[in-house]
Design a protein around this ligand. Structure first.
Ligand SMILES: C[S@@+](CC[C@H](N)C(=O)[O-])C[C@H]1O[C@@H](n2cnc3c(N)ncnc32)[C@H](O)[C@@H]1O
Length: 230
C-alpha cells in the first residue's frame, strides 16, 4: 500500500491538502482550543502538516516508510514517527488530534475503535479530535469510476472496485514511458450510526458531524467531517 504511489501522491491529490489543512485550522480554532500541539494520525507525505501554522508543535505518524520518507525530505518543523495508528502509544497528549483525508477508511471497520482509542489516549482533556471519512454511499456510488491524472511525467489512473459490502479497493496504475507499476489501496466504509456508537465508547461525549457544502449528515453524503470532544 502506497509503496508505488507515494512519489505521485502530492501531485495527484492536488488541492485536497489545502482544504483539509484549512478545515483543521478552522475547526480547532472554533472549538476554543488554542493549538499548541497537534498529532496527525496517518500523516502520509506531510501534505497537510506542512500547511498548518508554523507555531504549532506537530507530530505525524504513518505506517508507510515510502510516504514518511517524502515527508521527512520536505524539511518542515515536525517530528515523524513510523507506527501503526491502531496501537500507537507516545506517552503524551496533544491539543489537537487529526486523522484526515480518508485515513480512517484505510482500516477495516472492526479496527476503527482502536484508532478512536488512540485518539482519545493522546488527546488533552479539553482537546479536540478531528477526522473525516468517505461514506458508504459515496464509495458505493463511485465504484467503477476511473480518474486519470498527469503527474511528474507519468499517467496515474485510479479505479474503485467494490470488493464486498463495505470494502472498496482503489486500483492505482502508473504508466511512464514503457513502465507500468500498480498499487492497490483498500478503503472500508462504516455506517454513520456505528461510527457514533464507536466514538461514544471511546469517550467522546460531544460529537458534531457535518457533511460539507450542500451535503446531508447521513450515509448519503460524500464525505462526513467529525469534531469530537470528551
Ligand atoms: C490518503 S493518505 C492521507 C495522508 C495525509 N493525511 C494527507 O492528508 O495527505 C492515508 C495515509 O494513511 C496511512 N495509513 C493507513 N493505515 C495506517 C495505519 N494502520 N497506521 C498508520 N498509518 C496508516 C497510509 O500509509 C497513508 O499515508
Amino acid at each position: 500500500m502506497y509503496s508505488e504511489f507515494a512519489p505521485f501522491y502530492d501531485t495527484v491529490q492536488s488541492g485536497a491538502a489545502e482544504a483539509f489543512a484549512g478545515w483543521v485550522e478552522r475547526r480547532a480554532g472554533e472549538s476554543g482550543v488554542v493549538p499548541g500541539s497537534l498529532l496527525e494520525l496517518g500523516c502520509g507525505t506531510g501534505a497537510v502538516l506542512e500547511l498548518l501554522p508554523a507555531e504549532w508543535e506537530k507530530v505525524g505518524v504513518d505506517v508507510s516508510p515510502e510516504m514518511l520518507e517524502i515527508a521527512r525530505t520536505k524539511g518542515m518543523d515536525a517530528a515523524f514517527v513510523a507506527a501503526d495508528i491502531r496501537s500507537l502509544s507516545l506517552g503524551r497528549t496533544f491539543d489537537v488530534v487529526a486523522c484526515v483525508y480518508d485515513t480512517i477508511n484505510h482500516l477495516p471497520g472492526s479496527d476503527w475503535p482502536s484508532v478512536f482509542a488512540t485518539a482519545a489516549v493522546h488527546l488533552a482533556d479539553d482537546g479536540v479530535f478531528l477526522f473525516d471519512m468517505n461514506t458508504l454511499g459515496r464509495l458505493r456510488m463511485d465504484a467503477g469510476e476511473e480518474h486519470t491524472a498527469e503527474a511528474d511525467g507519468a499517467t496515474v489512473s485510479m479505479r474503485i472496485h467494490a470488493v464486498g459490502d463495505d470494502r472498496f479497493d482503489w486500483h492505482v496504475r502508473i504508466e511512464r514511458e514503457d513502465t507500468v507499476v500498480e498499487d492497490r489501496i483498500a478503503e472500508y466504509a462504516v455506517a454513520l450510526s456505528e461510527v457514533r456508537a464507536m466514538l461514544a465508547d471511546a469517550g467522546f461525549a460531544r460529537v458534531e458531524a457535518s457533511g460539507g457544502r450542500d451535503q446531508p449528515i447521513s450515509d448519503d453524503a460524500r464525505r462526513l467531517f467529525f469534531v469530537c470532544r470528551r
